[in-house]
Design a protein around this ligand. Structure first.
Ligand SMILES: Cc1cc2nc3c(=O)[nH]c(=O)nc-3n(C[C@H](O)[C@H](O)[C@H](O)COP(=O)(O)OP(=O)(O)OC[C@H]3O[C@@H](n4cnc5c(N)ncnc54)[C@H](O)[C@@H]3O)c2cc1C
Length: 298
């Protein structure tokens, strides 16, 4: 029986695991994909003190290294179900575990446009990861869709690789950080297309060859990068009564859900700020409060 099972090895889950290990809890980290989570896909990390100009994969590597150095137990297994009875059960693709407490730090995944052939074109012209796929578009014309900080920063990154980047946003104003908006506007090879939307993907030989916009404009681009929002990873909570809003987990200011012994932190929770610094601190806080509350609660 574990004291704590943490679902997700993003910065929030790893931060929590460090505090749990130091508090001498029997802790297990579970990860269904890549340790480090979302930061693996970020070209350059901003706003995380002490990590100026670091790349996402380098930060992810440092985190994973810390898990190994501290000998924190982890398993690369996707959680498929959890059952919240007297003893809490966590089911994964490979195993079934028992635990006293659970921290859900499973993050969120990118929303797609919902257009015909979009899924089929992932990796064949459509991407949600500039860092992973940007290099395939060296000196080519591409487009980025979105108006938040993620879209702006990744458009800037792509503008250093592609010959031209169209930044398509359905509103007049961007939602992202002012500094990023300024940089995007100053960048010679970024062309802003505002108050417009992608309505059709044009294909040739199973590959993206262009897009059609609501305004009727067509763009002959080879790559389309989508940054229009996210969907929280909470499918595995289907058999619980954990309270959620729009799929995001509701927590109090101690990261506690409505169920005793179940906490949540980071991007999977309903909140105002989705940043690395907050995800890390919430993971730590969850464990600190959990530990004060006594680990024997079931
Ligand atoms: C393009 C982009 C750029 C960004 N740039 C910045 C920036 O410069 N500065 C900044 O502060 N923030 C930035 N952010 C936001 C920041 O990356 C996130 O707020 C933060 O990484 C969230 O961490 P997390 O641990 O909550 O979630 P995640 O990093 O998403 O980790 C969740 C983990 O849970 C795993 N998981 C999900 N479901 C399961 C399951 N069923 N079983 C097991 N494991 C599961 C996932 O595989 C993942 O590894 C950016 C985000 C994006 C998308």
């Amino acid at each position: 029986m574990y004291d704590l099972i943490i679902i997700g090895m993003g910065i929030s889950g790893i931060s929590a695991s460090i505090y749990a290990k130091r508090a001498n809890l029997k802790v297990l980290l579970l990860e269904g994909s890549t340790p480090g989570g979302t930061i693996n896909k970020i070209s350059k990390i901003d706003n995380y003190p002490g990590n100026f100009n670091i790349s996402g994969p380098d930060l992810a590597y440092n985190l994973f290294n810390e898990v190994n150095k501290m000998e924190i137990e982890y398993k690369l297994e996707k959680v498929t179900d959890i059952l919240l009875d007297k003893v809490k059960i966590v089911k994964t693709t490979n195993n079934v575990y028992e635990t006293k407490n659970i921290l859900i730090a499973s993050g969120r995944y990118p929303k797609m446009l919902g257009l015909e052939n979009e899924e089929k074109l992932l990796g064949k012209g459509i991407s949600t990861c500039a860092l992973c796929d940007g290099i395939f578009y060296k000196n080519k014309e591409i487009a980025v869709v979105g108006g938040g900080s993620s879209a702006l920063s990744e458009a800037l990154y792509l503008a250093n690789i592609a010959s031209k980047v169209y930044l398509i946003h359905r509103r007049e104003e961007f939602r992202g950080e002012k500094e990023l908006i300024k940089k995007v506007k100053e960048k010679d090879n970024i062309k802003l297309i505002l108050n417009d939307e992608v309505i059709k993907l044009d294909i040739k030989n199973d590959t993206l060859k262009g897009i059609t916009l609501k305004s009727g404009k067509t763009l002959n681009i080879q790559g389309l990068f989508i940054y229009i929002g996210f969907i929280p990873n909470t499918d595995f909570l289907k058999n619980t009564n954990i309270k959620m809003e729009d799929g995001y987990i509701l927590v109090d200011n101690h990261q506690k859900t409505n169920i005793n012994g179940v906490y949540a932190s980071g991007d999977v929770t309903k909140k105002d700020i989705y940043q690395i610094v907050s995800a890390a601190s919430e993971g730590a806080e969850a464990v600190i409060y959990m530990n004060q509350l006594d680990c024997s609660n079931t």
